[in-house]
Design a protein around this ligand. Structure first.
Ligand SMILES: [Zn+2]
Length: 708
């Protein structure tokens, strides 16, 4: 006999361990299980044999594909349409089917659409959606209209094509448009009923632009919306909530509209918006459109303000918005409205999502709803890009891990980071996952003032007071009143007797940066470990050491008391006021240099374009950080542009968007002489270029004295 101590690990000697018959079948009550070994020895069993509790592995991935969907095509009216066909090209689905076969995901060497396609994928037969099914989303009028196209003559079809909103028709359109709808329904059904583990519907024409009462954007019927509506209707017990994720580069206005008042569907779309100018060009795609009535809080638009987004932006949006929200929603089924027009190489989308990024997004979505995932094709017009992207998605569906991202260290565009923050802010009203950190105890509704009326006191006010206090104590600075503008009285500070100086440095800056530590639990800034970093102090000290006069202008970035306050306009007004009422009249003034820091520098550029300051202003130094470059608009005379270029240095952050977008192109001369710092962060930029900036000022001043 072997030891019967039940924690000893035992080797399996090739015999199947058998459970000893136990009268009550309870493992806990009888800890020492023994088994026959070669009919002689009894051996201990630690883990009883049982069938694996895995739901999905043995199942295949469903695939919807049917050659009949290729019959909807544009009627050619010119030779050019043969050589440059309409982007919503019938070959789109064929190319995806082909690449799946080429890579062994399906077995169909003749590419004819066979029924048995091998071990990994299961063919889901495509059928036409019924009228009853279509009416779950669409109006009778819309249905009748699409049906009519099957009987129209060539002229009528061309007329409807011309007058429609980016759609075309032929006599097969009605039938061919009911197929992707029926296909999407069948794909979702197969997933929900557990016949497949997940599904890929390679279908066209696309659907997400088709609104309940009209076609649009290459879409005739709203495939995904029709599928979702019918699944909710037919599986009321097992499917109560559906998450539709639309990663087509266009807003799915049709899908959004179908469920705008419905909390049974969470619709989330990532798309280009560009102030509503990008197709479909309605305000409904804006990030503040969050649903209505019962559907309020169940619509989420993540709107890219610029083109050219790619893996970094999509991964960030998924990690920060899509996944936390979807997990909290707890869907029973996930449908991807899978347009591949955000893919790298698509000339309509002009973005750069890689096939591996699609595989990562699929992988993340697969973690929801116990894997109940159906991917339905929408747009995507570069035939190679949609094929490789769809292949990456399909591989993850059948069980492959996602491919490595080509450049995981890529930085997301600043505009995209800002947008993601805005979306989170809007959605935090509805989703707990966005409210985990911070500010729960802060009442922003209570007024913020500098007096003792309320307990809320603006931090930037305190910072400016401290700046003044130090400059006053150390160097005798005083405030220079600007009574016309309603600004804090310490907005402009100056060195003593500045009006008598012949040389002055005018420093215009934002409120200094705060480097803050946060409490990890509450998200609150901890004042005891936080500091302000004020690099303009170096310029003040340098100027005073050379016996120059100094004007120090602080432009508040916002004012709690003024709703329509604009920092940019304020800096312009302050600078004009200072020039017209003070500086111009300094009796012995001969040399002026400007130093601009942050957004506030726009006031300097504005002044130089609006007044002829050239007899006194010798040098302009600007540190713009990551902020947008400001052009000089020469209102005084045309030659001001050249003068500004020659007499300015504009230091930008290494990561300023002006370099990220055109790596090899220099910004235009109207922005001044723009130089790229090696460092990141405006204070680091100022430290890095301090010597260069001050040397430039000295050179400018001396050149002037030489020519005198
Ligand atoms: Zn699209």
């Amino acid at each position: 006999m072997m030891s019967t101590h039940n924690t000893v690990k035992q080797e399996d000697e090739g015999t199947k361990h058998k459970l000893e018959d136990s009268p009550n079948g309870s493992v806990e009550k009888k800890p020492h299980f023994m088994a026959e070994n070669n009919g002689k020895q009894k051996r201990q069993i630690i883990v009883p044999a049982c069938a694996p509790k895995i739901h999905y592995t043995p199942l295949k991935t469903g695939l919807c594909y049917d050659v009949r969907m290729r019959y909807h095509a544009k009627i050619f009216t010119s030779y050019f349409e043969y050589i440059d066909p309409h982007p919503e090209d019938p070959r789109r689905i064929y190319r995806i089917y082909k690449i799946l076969a080429e890579n062994g995901l399906i077995n169909d060497p003749t590419l004819s659409g066979e029924d048995d396609i091998g071990e990994l994928m299961l063919k889901i037969p495509v059928r036409e959606a019924t009228v009853e099914e279509l009416l779950q989303v669409h109006t009778k009028e819309h249905l009748d209209f699409i049906e009519m196209t099957s009987k129209m003559n060539r002229e009528e079809l061309l007329k409807e094509t011309e007058t429609g909103d980016s759609v075309y028709f032929n006599n097969d359109s009605y039938s061919a448009a009911k197929l992707p709808c029926g296909g999407a329904i069948e794909a979702c059904k197969a997933v929900v009923e557990g016949r497949v583990k997940n599904a890929l519907a390679v279908i066209r024409p696309p659907g997400h632009h088709a609104e309940p009462e009209m076609a649009g954007g290459f879409c005739l019927f709203s495939n995904v919306a029709v599928a979702a509506q019918n699944i909710l209707k037919n599986y009321p017990e097992s499917v109560r909530r559906i998450f539709i994720l639309d990663w087509d580069i266009h807003h799915g206005n049709g899908t959004q509209k179908a469920f705008y008042n419905d909390d049974r569907v969470l619709y989330t779309s990532l798309h280009r918006f560009e102030l509503g100018k990008y197709y479909p060009g309605t305000i409904h795609g804006q990030y503040d459109q969050t649903g209505e009535g019962k559907g309020e809080g169940f619509n989420c638009n993540i709107t890219w303000p610029v083109g050219g987004v790619g893996d970094a932006e999509y991964m960030l949006a998924f990690e920060q918005i899509v996944m936390p929200m979807a997990r909290e929603y707890r869907p029973d089924l996930v449908i991807i409205s899978s347009g591949f027009d955000a893919a790298d190489g698509d000339t309509i989308g002009q973005c750069h999502v890689s096939p591996s990024c699609y595989s990562h997004m699929t992988h993340m979505l697969k973690s929801l709803a116990r894997g109940n995932l159906c991917v339905a094709l929408e747009g995507g017009y570069n035939l190679d890009a949609i094929a490789t992207s769809a292949l990456s998605v399909a591989k993850v569906l059948i069980g492959e891990p996602p491919e490595e991202l080509p450049d995981p260290s890529q930085n997301p565009k600043l505009e995209a980071i800002e947008m993601i923050d805005k979306v989170i802010h809007v959605q935090s009203k509805y989703w707990k996952c966005f409210r985990r950190l911070g500010n729960s105890g802060c009442n922003f509704k209570e007024p913020v003032t500098e007096s003792l009326i309320t307990k809320n006191f603006p931090l930037q006010k305190a910072i400016r007071q401290e700046q003044f206090h130090q400059l006053e104590k150390e160097y005798g600075f005083v405030t220079l009143p600007i009574p016309k503008l309603e600004l804090p009285e310490d907005t402009v500070l100056c060195s003593p007797d500045v009006f008598q100086e012949s040389t002055i440095i005018i420093i215009v800056h934002d409120t200094p940066e705060i480097w803050a530590k946060r409490d990890v639990i509450t998200g609150m800034v901890d004042p005891s470990t936080s500091i302000t970093v004020d690099s303009t102090l170096d310029f003040i000290k340098w100027s005073l050491a050379r016996k120059y006069g100094v004007l120090d202008v602080n432009i508040p970035q916002s004012l709690f008391e003024q709703d329509n306050y604009s920092a940019m306009i304020t800096s312009q007004e302050v600078l004009l006021y200072l020039w017209d009422n003070f500086v111009k009249y300094f009796p012995s003034l001969s040399k002026v240099a400007f130093v601009g820091v942050g957004d506030s520098y726009s006031g300097i550029v504005h002044l130089l374009g609006h007044r002829d300051t050239r007899s006194a202003v010798k040098a302009i130094i600007n540190f713009v950080g990551r902020k947008q470059l400001k052009p000089l608009v020469p209102l005084v005379d045309e030659s001001l542009g050249d003068w500004y270029f020659k007499n300015s240095l504009v230091f930008s952050d290494r990561n300023n968007p002006c370099w990220v977008d055109n790596e090899n192109k220099k910004p235009r001369r109207k922005f001044g002489r723009v130089l790229r710092c090696d460092s990141d962060g405006i204070n680091n930029n100022m430290e890095e270029r301090f010597d260069e900036a001050t040397d430039f000022i000295l050179d400018s001043f001396e050149e002037w004295s030489d020519s005198e």
